[in-house]
Design a binder for this molecule. Structure first.
Ligand SMILES: *Cc1c(COP(=O)(O)O)cnc(C)c1O
Length: 803
């Protein structure tokens, strides 16, 4: 096949022909959406040989299958063009044709197959493994509706469905021939023949057909193309117990209908369990089918395959693999268990114990009868092992067993059934090993390890911040793209006035771009010379957007009552972006509060030259690409010990923002890398939080009485200070803070106010600030997912690179 991307001229011709042939129209009559589809189609054809070859080369190699309920991919077009190394050619051709490449890129809808950090991490991993030529493939669900679209109406969040698949998804390839029937419900019959051989029959099952759609993941200019496999639920031809066709179709459609907009707790349990089993089982069965075809046996499975489970959502892989090995392959239990345990690795993402997944037996058993009995047997044998070691009534048995009080503890199953358990930042892993999962860590001393998260610098700098890319090119060259530790080379330039000036111009340009977008979409005008202070992430109490909001009220009060404050306060724009789970009442109130504050301060002529507040609508990956490069200050202010890692903090840092944050998650590692002068740390540390919680001695009301600023702000929540809301609108927020304050907002408030004042002052010393900004970029190389993936491979996966 000739390469149509070799130069602009040949591409131009191929592109025009493609459009005219597909739509039977003249090129000049085509619209941007048609142009986008033509471009996507040509690119997919272009990389198809590399995709095929990668699959061939990998076939008999050890491979990783990364199972994740979420892949928050965002748009793929720009990333694909850049990684395939054809972006410049296309851009030039489009310019010749009078087309705007940006406009065409924007025709792709975000693949919002995730809620936030966890799903975005999986997407960054995919980009890095392909760039590193590691044979790693994703498995997920092809949700017809992604994460909801958020609108702000009268200050409140309103959710709309995200119909990202309503049009053609150009990147995917449907693979009917690899579809797999997945059984639900029914019952199990066991037969033992005269030789003692066990046969298991799943009777009266309701089958659902899982159909894979493969999406290519293009490596950065290296001819490697990996696969993200998305499973879709469809009607099966195996009619056994469909219980009425209409009902059957309705119920099965729901399985790949939508992503659960809640990443901390589970809703709609049975449906969620069906989703988990569908993609876990289909994924594993497809891999095993290929493996058997190649080797005729599963005895060597653990040499050739790793099933990596991203959080506990795909943990059913463990009993499913046991089922295949024992029931279908007639393997001895012990041998099957040995293989299973050596195939599975698990990443833990949370220490919030309420977020650890547990499934009630009463739901799981009828839905997945064989999976349940296998899980029961895994638990029975594990308990025997524990009792032999610790004694029948030891606390270790109670703590570590998988099934207790009618519930199946998925994290325990994942730990017991895997060869590696990793946390996602040093502090998080330390807490897992030393506190939350200490008993397990004592029992399996070499199983736990840390792999600090990262982000792909290709999306978050190369694609999102052209001005920074140009500075880097002129200072340290382009080596950083392959090896981000080379960013440290920037340290030589921190005092160079001309480079500081370029950093200043880069920030200004990125801030102008964000200001322009916000103005266009929401009509709020921001001054790009003001400090852009940004908090974008899911809305959660532990992330403490509320503390940020209360601080803005404090600044407003100060500016109003002490006009001389205005003389040394640099104008400040506070930018928020966050989706709250639709059922999370308190989080939605916080959104209303932020918008109510914005309404007040943005419209007060006394203060609006100094203070602006904006809540951006529908924060998603594409929005983040404009937001991350535009920040001066990155808000990472979670209650210490609650945020496992965070990755937003890394995107901001790489783009030169200075972090204002607590010593939580990966902030700890950011602080160690940049040093105390180049970050603003405040508040309690993890140990202080943990011991204050344990002492039960915290009384937020004391702070209300002692601190007149806090008193004033809390009173303003309900005393008519806000114009357009009834006095009781924020009653719950006030009461929550005074009576519980579970996340220590008031406790850390004073310290946060001081940190903010320090940051505002720091910003005014321009040269010093720009130096800090450059140091942050220079030290951010560690946070590339290229480093994270190399570590996974070195310590967990042990894969050979392709070629
Ligand atoms: C990076 C990212 C996140 C994670 O942000 P945190 O601050 O780490 O919670 C969430 N959503 C989107 C769209 C992202 O790009």
């Amino acid at each position: 096949m000739t390469n149509i991307f070799t130069n602009a001229k040949t591409f131009e011709q191929a592109f025009v022909t493609q459009l005219e042939n597909t739509y039977a129209i003249d090129f000049k009559d085509s619209n941007a959406y048609q142009q986008y589809l033509a471009l996507g189609t040509l690119l997919k054809e272009h990389i198809s040989t590399d995709w095929k070859n990668t699959n061939k080369i990998e076939a008999d190699k050890r491979q990783v299958y990364y199972f994740s309920m979420e892949f928050l991919m965002g748009r793929m077009i720009t990333n694909n063009l850049m990684n395939a190394g054809v972006y410049d050619v296309v851009k030039e051709a489009f310019t010749n044709l009078g087309l705007d490449i940006n406009e065409i890129e924007h025709k792709e809808t975000d693949a919002g197959l995730g809620n936030g950090g966890l799903g975005r991490l999986a997407a960054c991993f995919m980009d890095s493994v392909a760039a590193l030529a590691l044979p790693v493939h994703g498995n997920c669900i092809r949700y017809r509706y992604g994460f909801f679209k958020q609108k702000i109406e009268n200050g409140y969040q309103v959710e709309y469905p995200d119909r990202w698949l309503k049009d053609i998804h150009v990147w995917e390839v449907r693979r009917d021939e690899e579809a797999i029937d997945i059984p639900f419900y029914g019952h199990i019959e066991l037969h033992v023949d005269e030789k003692g051989k066990l046969t298991v029959y799943h009777k009266n099952a309701e089958y659902v057909k899982a159909v894979p759609y493969d999406v290519p993941i293009i490596g950065y200019k290296n001819e490697v193309v990996n696969t993200l496999r998305l499973w879709s639920a469809e009607p099966s031809d195996r009619y056994e117990n469909q219980g009425g066709t209409f009902e059957y179709h309705k119920k099965l459609r729901q399985i790949s209908e939508m992503l659960y907009p809640n990443d901390e707790t589970d809703e709609g349990k049975i449906l969620r369990l069906k989703q988990q089993y569908l993609f876990s089982s289909a994924g594993v069965n497809a891999i095993i089918r290929k493996h058997k075809k190649l080797y005729g046996t599963l005895e060597n499975l653990s040499e050739k395959a790793v099933f990596h489970i991203n959080d506990t959502h795909p943990t059913l892989i463990i009993p499913e693999l046991m089922r295949i090995l024992v029931d279908e392959e007639n393997m001895e239990w012990e041998k099957a268990w040995e293989i299973t345990r050596h195939c599975v690795a698990y990443t833990n993402h949370t220490i919030l114990s309420e977020a650890l997944e547990k499934w009630p037996i009463r739901l799981l058993q009828p839905l997945l009868p064989r999976i349940y009995t296998i899980t029961e047997e895994i638990n029975r044998r594990f308990e025997l092992e524990l009792k032999a070691k610790f004694g029948d009534y030891a606390k270790q048995v109670e703590e570590m067993c998988i099934i207790k009080n009618g519930m199946i503890h998925m994290a325990n199953l994942a730990i017991v059934g895997s060869f590696s358990v990793n946390g996602v930042a040093q502090l998080h892993t330390d807490i897992l090993k030393g506190i939350e999962m200490k008993t397990f860590n004592d029992y399996y001393p070499n199983k736990f390890n840390n792999k600090t998260n990262g982000i792909t610098h290709r999306r978050w700098v190369l694609q999102s911040n052209p001005e920074l890319v140009s500075i880097l090119k002129d200072t340290i060259g382009e080596g950083w793209i392959k090896d981000t530790t080379k960013l440290e080379g920037l340290l030589k330039f921190v005092d160079d006035k001309s480079i500081q000036k370029r950093y200043d111009e880069m920030k200004l340009a990125r801030k102008q771009a964000l200001a322009k977008k916000i103005f266009k979409e929401q009509g709020v005008e921001l001054d790009p010379t003001s400090i852009f202070d940004i908090q974008v992430k899911r809305l959660h109490e532990y992330k403490r957007q509320l503390m940020n909001a209360l601080h803005i009220m404090h600044i407003y009060n100060e500016l109003k009552t002490n006009p001389e404050v205005r003389n040394h306060f640099h104008p400040h724009s506070f930018i928020f972006g966050a989706k709250a789970a639709p059922t999370y009442y308190f989080a939605k109130k916080v959104i209303k509060l932020i918008n109510t504050i914005a309404d007040k301060v943005n419209n007060d002529p006394d203060t609006n030259k100094f203070l602006k507040v904006v809540f951006v609508e529908d924060y998603n990956v594409t929005y983040a690409e404009t937001i991350m490069p535009a920040a001066d200050l990155s808000e990472q202010i979670s209650t210490a010990s609650k945020e496992a890692s965070g990755t937003g903090n890394m995107k901001f840092m790489m783009n030169g923002a200075i972090t204002i944050g607590t010593l939580d998650g990966a902030n700890v590692e950011i602080a160690e890398l940049v040093g105390n002068d180049n970050i603003v740390i405040f508040g309690m540390n993890a140990e202080e939080v943990t011991s204050l919680m344990a002492s039960h001695s915290y009384n937020p009301y004391d702070l209300y009485e002692k601190d007149p600023h806090i008193k004033r702000i809390l009173d303003q929540l309900t005393n008519g200070f806000f114009d357009n809301v009834p006095n009781h609108e924020f009653e719950e927020i006030r009461r929550n803070l005074l009576e519980r304050d579970t996340y220590f907002v008031l406790k850390d408030f004073r310290s946060y106010v001081m940190a903010q004042a320090k940051a505002n002052k720091m910003y005014q010393n321009r040269s010093e600030w720009l130096k800090k900004s450059i140091i942050n970029t220079a030290k951010s190389g560690f946070f590339s997912t290229d480093r994270t993936m190399e570590e996974y491979n070195r310590d967990i996966w042990h894969l050979e690179k392709i070629k």
